[in-house]
Design a protein around this ligand. Structure first.
Ligand code: BGC
Length: 341
């Protein structure tokens, strides 16, 4: 009888270990990142995977092309029972439900760069100070135009990011709120009248959408030779969309100030060519390094380093976070950007 019981046990264990083989080992990290065509996500994916491997984790890296695909990738990742899941959300509002599955299985989830809504399944969040990104762009405009000294009036237009990205309104508000007193005083004038996030947002961060909107604005409000002095573009791709819109309508002259973000290859090239004034450098090595240390801590059951326990809230809970500080880059310090792309 005892023999039969033992053989049954053995058979059961073999079946169980067979199941485990189909999942991830306990040292595997699932990395889910957005569309690699937007911003510098392709580079970030590769870098994070490399740093995770150097820290002795096995890695499965997935980029998606749309929100529904990322939901499927997340469900598949949860099925595999990994040590942790790191997500750069494609759509901040789409992941709540699949994340309940991760929580049920006690899989730690870390949000990378973009906050995820409608869930309490996020253990930690690491990003840059996203409000500061917009504010730094605005301070640059203020300084270069001499707004503090009363200079103006100057014309200005805004190009913001995608409404499904929690960062996009933070970038826009950071910039707009800082410049608003100058708009109120008439030192900055917005000929299109487009001054709220919804009007200036760019669906999916797609440069083609921004180029279309800016082409219309140039044709309608700048056709009589009026100069466009400032464009606050949320990232380098959108700054390039403005450059293309100007070229497409044969608009002569470039804005005195054109902002960007990411210090991407296109942004750096445009700064060097004198077509873009500045960018915001959010060194991916710093953020990926933070994420690796967070993963290590949660896997080992210890507390990761965090520097914000109050300000980062989705609609369900406050998420312990680490926020890094971005850096302004223009032609004077462009060499500090690591040549990684
Ligand atoms: C990131 C930016 C990036 C943008 C578009 C944002 O969430 O913070 O760095 O340019 O997405 O991909």
């Amino acid at each position: 009888m005892r023999k039969i019981f033992l053989s049954l046990c053995l058979a059961f264990c073999v079946v169980l270990s067979g199941c485990a083989d189909e999942g991830n080992s306990k040292s595997t990290v699932q990395l889910l990142f957005p569309n690699p065509d937007s911003g510098i996500w392709k580079y970030i994916g590769q870098l994070c995977a490399q740093l995770m491997r150097e820290a002795n984790y096995e890695v499965e890296l997935h980029h998606c092309t749309n929100a529904a695909e990322q939901v499927e990738q997340l469900k598949a990742a949860v099925e595999k029972n990994p040590a942790a899941i790191v997500i750069g959300a494609q759509d901040a509002n789409a992941l709540g439900e699949p994340l309940t599955l991760a929580k049920e299985k006690n899989i730690p989830v870390i949000a990378y760069d973009r906050l995820i809504m409608h869930t309490d399944a996020i253990s930690y969040y690491a990003s840059f100070e996203n409000n500061s990104v917009g504010e730094f762009q605005a301070r640059y405009v203020e300084e270069k135009l001499g707004l503090k000294n009363g200079a103006g009036p100057f014309t200005i237009e805004f190009i913001a990011g995608s409404p499904d990205d929690t960062n996009a309104p933070l970038f826009f508000n950071g910039a707009f709120n800082y410049l608003k007193p100058y708009i109120d005083k008439g030192q900055l004038v917005v000929p299109s009248g487009q001054k709220d996030f919804q009007s200036v947002a760019t669906d999916g961060w797609k440069p083609d959408n921004a180029q279309r909107r800016m082409t219309e604005i140039l044709q309608k409000y700048y056709a009589d030779g009026k100069s466009l002095n400032v464009v606050v573009a949320a990232n380098d791709d959108l700054a390039e969309a403005l450059i293309r819109a100007q070229e497409s309508v044969g608009y002569k002259g470039t804005p005195t100030i054109l902002t960007g973000q990411d210090a991407g290859a296109n942004g750096i090239a445009n700064i060097k060519a004198g077509k873009q004034s500045m960018t915001i450098y959010k060194d991916p090595e710093i953020l990926c390094g933070k994420i690796v240390r967070m993963v290590k801590a949660v896997v080992e059951g210890s507390q990761p380093a965090i520097n914000d326990v109050t300000n980062i809230r989705n609609d369900v809970k406050t998420i312990p976070s680490y926020l890094c500080i971005p850096i302004i880059v223009d032609s004077t310090n462009v060499d500090i950007v690591k040549d990684f792309r």
